[in-house]
Ligand binder design. Sequence first.
Ligand SMILES: Nc1ncnc2c1ncn2[C@@H]1O[C@H](COP(=O)(O)OP(=O)(O)OP(=O)(O)O)[C@@H](O)[C@H]1O
Length: 667
Amino acid sequence: MPTDLDTELAAERTHLIESRAALRRMRDRAQSLFAAGDKVAGDAYTAEQLGRHMARRVKELADDPETPLFFGRLDIDEAAYHVGRRHVTDDLGEPMVLDWRAPLSRSFYRASVRDPQGVAVRRRFGFVKGDLTSFEDEHLDRGEELGTSSRILTAEIERPRVGPMRDIVATIQPEQDELVRADLGDSICVQGAPGTGKTAVGLHRAAFLLYLHRERLRRSGVLIVGPNTAFLSYISAVLPTLGEVEVQQSTLEELIGRVPVKAVDSPPAALIKHDVRMAQVLRKALWGRLGKPTVPIMVSDGSYRWRIDTEPLRRIVDEARRDGLPYAVGRERVRARVVGLLQRQSEYRTGNSPNETWLRKMSKIGPVTEFLESTWPAVTAETLVAGVLTDPSIAGDLLTESEQDAIRWAKPPKTAKSAKFTTADLVLLDEAAGLLDRENSFGHVVVDEAQDMSPMQARVIARRSEHGSITLLGDLAQGTAPWAATDWREILGHLGKPDAAVVPLTVGFRVPEAVVALANRLLPWLGVNVPEAVSLRRDGDLAVIAVPDPADLDARTLAEVTAALGHEGSVSVIAADDAVDRLRGHLTAAGIEHATPDETESEARVTVVPATLVKGLEYDHVIVHEPAAIVAAEPKGLNRLYVVLTRAVTRLSVLHAEPLPDALRID
Ligand SMILES: Nc1ncnc2c1ncn2[C@@H]1O[C@H](COP(=O)(O)OP(=O)(O)OP(=O)(O)O)[C@@H](O)[C@H]1O
């Protein structure tokens, strides 16, 4: 005999099948409109716009049979609303599934016994590969609330990780939802311990804002900035799964890579170049190029002679300077004013208004160009930065003499074009470009792993979010860059958002309790003041294995990999960068297929990751090879180790031949 629950489950399955069919019809309709676009559009421009819109719509409506179309249901006033990844309507336009971002869906994440928001029952669905297999009800009207003890939430958190990151729409927690649904105008900074869902929150916030302010953000754009390409490929599938296919995802270097990097800085030089004083140095060097007009402009124009005296020329230059325009814009303003004066003289003398050709000719004529070159010379970002690095004494008191020596080019290039710029120089070039001209501002920028941003890098983002808002995600304890922040207010100041709220997230969804406890031992040694993580996961294993003979360490690591492959899920070996090639060699020799962190689509279950590339990533079983070597490899080695230890979803094995760092020793 089928029980009530069976009948109910069968009804939900039917709704799922019907919703999928309705989505298919929506997609078919979009597809046929796309095909007919050329015929219905009046002109080529409209056809192109319409075509692009419809192509996007078709993509947005793609159904992935592996992901459930809806994951929840709300019973409000006797009506049932299914909540899912996107709106699905029947042929009459009646909703079959509500987008998780719709106002009504908010209650799915926020309603509680204390504040039921009209919800009588909240239902969560369990799925296996897109098949509806179970559900779980909370009768809020009867005082029932599961919170984080929900079976379905627990299963989702504990599910083995394979491949790229997945969305968390089905199980967003109330404190995360508050951040996801923050207003577009609000810039926020999330300080979250490892695995508290910062990346997830940032991506879902982007999707939410795009839903609510589609047209505006489509025009201005949404940008996600991540620490490296391995991280970006790991997160790249999340937004498309949520139907958002038009978000730019980039590393900071890609964003500002206007020239190829051909040289490497010494650590002290890099540190100075990332210091905010360099912004002042560049500003000083740029505006110091202005000259005072000392000779009049004299122009021969056919049988006429025009003359502009130095006094009006000085006024023009002073006024343009006072207007606070970017340098290149100011230069064009001066040119236009000078041509305006010539035009007035011509009109007065000839009685005619000169035409466009005449104006163009005057704006390029020798005496005008010479005047501009002597008072407001043309500068490119490259020439400005090259000038400063050739002769840093231009910094005056802004840099000490030894700092100037540290950044001075040993051998200046013949031209700025042939200069060998470094990664840190890209930041200077971007600063210079920002002084010369206005940068386009995105509507919203999400910056992940933001604790590693230098003041000068923060200014890169500030220029790109001047008229938009930002979501800053990070963990001061995971700061490994030499300039890593120890205080969010400082970074927020450089970002031009000094008043943004700093919100903590402390509930961890990734790292098991025992592993968090080990990693937390490092916290007092990291020189930052952050709240500890509390893990939701009581499961998980931790093994700290001392290998008496260092010569056995690699072989022992290999044995640990083989043992880990006996379990479900992904396996990673994380080691100091210089040990990685050797370990890869051992795996290859042992016939164990393995990938690099960039190869997120690889079928290999084992990834060997250099410690410096593991930020933001996670694996079911993490095998850490020689923590002391990871710590010794860089000045912020303990912070790096904290990052490394917090990548494990289920099991962490720490193998060491050298003594463990003091902070980790269990005496
Ligand atoms: N509400 C949630 N429901 C289910 N899983 C979640 C939830 N929030 C986060 N997770 C999962 O927890 C893991 C960690 O999330 P995420 O990578 O966003 O954390 P993070 O704070 O950015 O971590 P880190 O600082 O270590 O990079 C991911 O697998 C994510 O999918």
